[in-house]
Write a protein that binds this ligand. Structure first.
Ligand SMILES: [Zn+2]
Length: 87
């Protein structure tokens, strides 16, 4: 086990969940998020929600490749949750 691995904190993990899901990350960053999700229940729950949203978007076959509006709504809800938890 490497103690030197710098894990992502909650805000980084939550904001990068979509990148993580899309596989758009550097392998090192992907490892950080994976390590964080492995022990953080709140982020793992959000990861599950995002996975469902992604699956729904895919299934609906939206004409736009990037559902920016939906993404923005999810990011905003994440941000409000974050504020509540850090208070
Ligand atoms: Zn977390």
């Amino acid at each position: 086990m490497s103690e030197q691995l710098n894990e992502a904190d909650c805000s980084e993990a939550l904001h990068r969940v979509f990148e993580y899901l899309d596989g758009e990350m550097e392998p090192a960053d992907q490892g950080k998020i994976a390590a964080h999700l492995a022990h953080c229940v709140e982020c793992l729950r959000q990861y599950d929600v995002d996975t469902m949203v992604k699956a729904m978007v895919k299934r609906s076959c939206a004409p736009e490749p990037a559902p920016a509006r939906l993404r923005m709504m999810v990011v905003q809800s994440i941000t409000s949750v974050e504020i509540r938890y850090t208070d």
